[in-house]
Design a protein around this ligand. Structure first.
Ligand code: ADP
Length: 582
């Protein structure tokens, strides 16, 4: 039987479908290919984490926002998609902010999304729950900062944040979302239509042809050329062309620490083991995604030899990076992929190779230093020291070149960087431009989550303390992370004494014989106490084979190591002595 509606009756009275702020945000992120959130739930974002997970996003919850923020930054660096960190308001936001600032300094794309109090209360300073003018606080510490007040602007807010994080020089972006926004509703179809799928978020920037010619002319006339690869080169994912640039030009190269592995460290043109020699002697230096900042002694001083004998070519996406420390004779502004490709085209197949005299001089220094290092690594002192422990780790990495190495500390950082060779691009994550402690567990979690590769974190005992509680996170998500804590009982060393003779230990000393391995066991992971290189090596191989969260407490000589590692000269007391010649 057919039924007819009475003439003039309203069509079936379905209320128009509505969509809320939570859902718009999730849809906007998904629309832009963002499938993972790093964060720490709490008011007002708890439901956002639940709903995102329910809709298939990976939500990784941390124990402290700084670690979630560091994870987002590392994810951004590894994937060229902005890593997202979600935090609660004021205190949670502030905890995440240090990671956002660090990401910006390192040129890693990330977006810190924090819930916040309502504008009308914040602006009249009426004392809301966790009240803070977060946008104003974040602005000077990141690349861009936005606030969204209305549900219909969520699409624009996410699009602007993604573009700001990825385009030009990548960096950190803050997105402020007041609590009320999440519950706002609007017509579902209009809401969906308001979302933006960002097209070409990191547009290529082609170098000017005359800039390419200028650079090639300088390189061609060089007597002692050098290529310096920085973490911008690693980020750019132009791996094959960068390798071709080195090999076609025949120019020795030096990788900055996170550029290690762009070409394998045992490449015949690697000048890592002749670093001091090549920096002082080179007459033309081609910088690829590396800034002439403190990590390169600002391009001057004893490290760089006679200044008038040095000319720089610099490839960077940021035009204002040029001349920031030294005059740049041939600036090549553009994205690294396009610039390197243009240089390769200009070189053709008959590019004149550097003189045998230069190549042999570099090789001679390198071989001599490598032989010296091999001798040191062959020793097996008891107790174990940095060198003997790292001699073992070096072999583990050689056998597992696709594992990701996270590294922080003072001596632990310096020795690992110079002793452990890397073989593949973007496999080394470390303290970066600020030389910051505390990135360890955040970076390790992100590396495991976004790459599914085994992760090895080589940590000084002091550095580990900044993010150590995240061993629970590592166990909770069953991540294949093997942490090695170099335990020498303190910051730098464990041997300092309290000069006052009082009962407190010296400021740099920790509990002696601390059992960091028990921390991992507390959460169901594997804890190992290792006091010889053989024990360390066996435990690492086991961790990589079984993929279980593992913490190896590597007990090393507490007298090993130097104050501040290789940056002793930055300590005011030491600097004073150096300056006064004492
Ligand atoms: P390192 O610490 O390894 O020397 P830096 O962080 O100092 O490296 O330098 C990285 C540089 O790379 C920054 O100046 C940044 O602007 C630049 N950069 C990052 N990504 C790109 C890219 N895709 N194309 C060109 N330059 C880039």
């Amino acid at each position: 039987m057919t039924s007819f509606a009475p003439v003039g009756a309203a069509p079936s009275a379905q209320p128009p479908a509505e969509i809320d702020g939570f859902q718009l945000l999730i849809n906007a992120l998904k629309l832009n290919g963002i499938d993972t959130l790093f964060g720490l739930p709490g008011i007002p974002i708890t439901d956002l984490t639940r709903k995102a997970q329910a809709q298939g996003m990976r939500v990784i919850s941390f124990r402290h926002e700084q670690n979630a923020g560091n994870a987002a930054a590392a994810a951004g660096y590894l994937t060229q998609k902005p890593g997202i960190c979600l935090t609660v308001s004021a205190p949670g936001f502030l905890n995440g902010l240090s990671a956002l600032a660090n990401a910006t300094v390192n040129c890693f794309p990330m977006i810190l999304i924090s819930g916040s109090s309502e504008r009308e209360i914040v602006d009249l300073q009426q004392g809301d729950y966790e009240e803070m003018d977060q946008l104003a606080v974040a602005k000077p510490l990141c690349k861009a900062a936005y606030r969204v007040l209305h549900a219909q602007d969520i699409g624009v807010g996410i699009a602007r944040a993604i573009r700001a994080a990825l385009s030009g020089r990548p960096g950190g972006v803050y997105l402020d979302l007041p609590a009320k926004l999440f519950g706002q509703t609007m017509d579902a179809a209009a809401g969906q239509a308001s979302l933006i799928k960002v097209v070409d978020a990191a547009p290529r920037q082609l170098p000017a042809p005359e800039a390419v010619e200028r650079a090639l002319a300088l390189l061609k006339n060089a007597k002692r050329p050098l290529i310096l690869l920085g973490k911008g080169a690693a980020y750019a994912q132009a791996d094959a062309d960068i390798r071709a640039l080195v090999e076609t030009s025949g120019v020795p190269y030096l990788p900055m620490s996170m550029a290690k592995g762009l070409l394998p460290d045992n490449h015949v043109l690697s000048a890592s083991a002749a670093r001091s020699y090549v920096l002082a002697e080179a007459d033309v230096v081609l910088l690829v995604g590396a800034r002439l900042n403190w990590l390169l002694s600002h391009g001057k001083g004893k490290t760089w030899g006679a200044p008038q004998a040095k000319q720089f070519i610099q490839i960077d996406i940021s035009p204002t990076e040029m001349d920031s420390n030294q005059p740049i004779a041939a600036p090549l502004v553009g994205d690294i992929g396009s610039c390197v490709a243009a240089l390769l085209r200009g070189m053709g197949s008959n590019w004149p190779q550097p003189s045998a005299q230069w190549i042999n001089a570099v090789a001679e220094r390198r071989d001599k230093n490598q032989a010296k290092m091999a001798e040191t690594l062959a020793q097996n002192p008891s107790p174990m020291n940095f060198h003997s422990a790292l001699g073992a780790i070096r072999e583990v990495i050689k056998a597992n070149p696709s594992a990701i190495l996270v590294n922080e500390g003072a001596n632990t950082l310096d020795f690992t960087r110079s002793i452990v060779d890397m073989y593949e691009p973007r496999k080394r994550l470390d303290v970066g431009t600020w030389g910051v402690m505390g990135i360890g567990m955040g970076f390790a979690v992100a590396a495991a989550v976004v790459t599914n590769k085994p992760v090895i974190a080589i940590e000084g005992d002091s550095a580990f303390g900044f993010s150590g509680m995240e061993v629970e996170t590592i166990c909770r998500y069953h991540l294949p992370v093997c942490i090695v804590v170099f335990n020498n009982n303190g910051v730098y060393r464990g041997t300092d004494v309290n000069a006052s003779g009082g009962a407190d230990v010296a400021p740099t000393v920790f509990v002696k014989g601390a059992r960091y391995d028990k921390m991992m066991e507390a959460f169901g992971g594997v804890g190992v106490l290792a006091s010889t290189p053989a024990e360390l090596s066996a435990a690492m191989h086991a961790a990589i084979a079984n993929g279980l969260p593992t913490l190896i407490n590597a007990v090393i000589d507490e007298t090993a190591g130097t104050e501040s590692g290789r940056i002793t000269m930055l300590n005011p007391q030491t600097a004073k002595k150096i300056n006064s010649g004492n």
